[in-house]
Write a protein that binds this ligand. Structure first.
Ligand SMILES: [Zn+2]
Length: 292
């Protein structure tokens, strides 16, 4: 956590809501300080210097001042506007989902190395959804984005298609991976044997894949194909562009989605409980040893 009164950082605007007559509270995600909540004063006024520089999902450079409860945005400059994320319903929905994922898992004022990894995952995901299905010449910041969809792929089709769904799965796997919660995808979590290229199983409560022998009689797991497991490994480790290159049938797409949804539910429950316990322990400590 920064000790200076004023500090500069890269950030992505995860959320924002209006307060008062012209202010906004921003939830920012930063590579160095994790999640930071800050007020952009007067930002809703036409003449505000901040207006247009702290849009939802944009990547910005900000100068923040420590405030009593929330920090205050004193300067902001857009780095990546990610305009398409605010102009297309589907893209906005995917961007909101990724922002919520990071928001749910990230801690406020956390300066561990995972914040830098999470930040890169967030920027990678937003950039992927922003460009998905759009072929455009590079435009300078501030210039109007000229979106020229190629004739066979229109932007809305791309954003509702399998690539977008797979990119959302990639975001889930990368966020989980950054925090050490990714599902095991190489060995059976029960017997620790390397998986054979046969239909295996996956269990959220067990934490990943199960071989057919260990899956027998286990009511918590579901079948998962060889291609689904291979796809999840690639989505976890390769850049987001892999989502456009994988070819999976509907059943695999749905199986991966259900497996990760279950894994996220179990992990969030566990990690929130952990945070809860830590918070309660911290609250029970004498004030000076709690670092207050
Ligand atoms: Zn096994």
């Amino acid at each position: 956590m920064p000790t200076e009164r004023i500090y500069r950082t890269h950030a992505v605007v995860l959320r924002r809501h209006n307060i008062g007559e012209a202010d906004r509270v921003l939830t920012l995600f930063t590579p160095t300080y994790g999640k930071v909540r800050a007020v952009a004063k007067g930002v809703r006024r036409m003449k505000s210097r901040l207006a247009g520089h702290v849009e939802l999902f944009s990547r910005v450079d900000v100068l923040l001042a420590h405030g009593r409860s929330l920090d205050i945005v004193t300067q902001a400059e857009v780095r990546d506007p990610f305009r398409a994320l605010r102009g297309d319903l589907w893209k906005a929905a995917y961007a909101s989902y990724v922002a919520e994922l990071v928001d749910r898992f990230a801690e406020e004022r956390h300066d561990g190395p995972e914040s830098r990894i999470l930040f890169d995952v967030l920027v990678g995901a937003l950039g992927y959804f922003d460009r998905l299905g759009i072929v455009a010449p590079a435009v300078a910041d501030g210039a109007p984005a000229v979106a020229v969809p190629p004739p066979e792929v229109s932007a809305p089709d791309a954003a509702t298609g399998p690539a977008a769904r797979l990119a959302a799965r990639a975001a889930e796997l990368k966020v989980l991976g950054a925090l050490g919660y990714a599902p095991e995808l190489y060995v059976c979590v029960r017997c620790m044997e390397r998986l054979e290229p046969v239909e295996n199983a996956i269990s959220a409560s067990a934490g990943g894949t199960l071989c057919p022998r260990c899956a027998r009689g286990d009511g918590t797991c579901r079948h998962i194909s060889v291609s689904s497991i291979k796809a999840m490994r690639l989505l976890r480790t390769e850049p987001f562009a892999i989502a456009s290159r994988l070819r999976l049938d509907d059943r695999d797409l749905r199986d991966i989605e259900l497996a990760l949804r279950a894994h996220l539910a179990v992990t969030l429950e566990r990690s929130l409980r952990t945070t809860d316990v830590l918070d309660r322990l911290r609250a029970a400590l004498p004030r000076d040893s709690a670092g207050e």
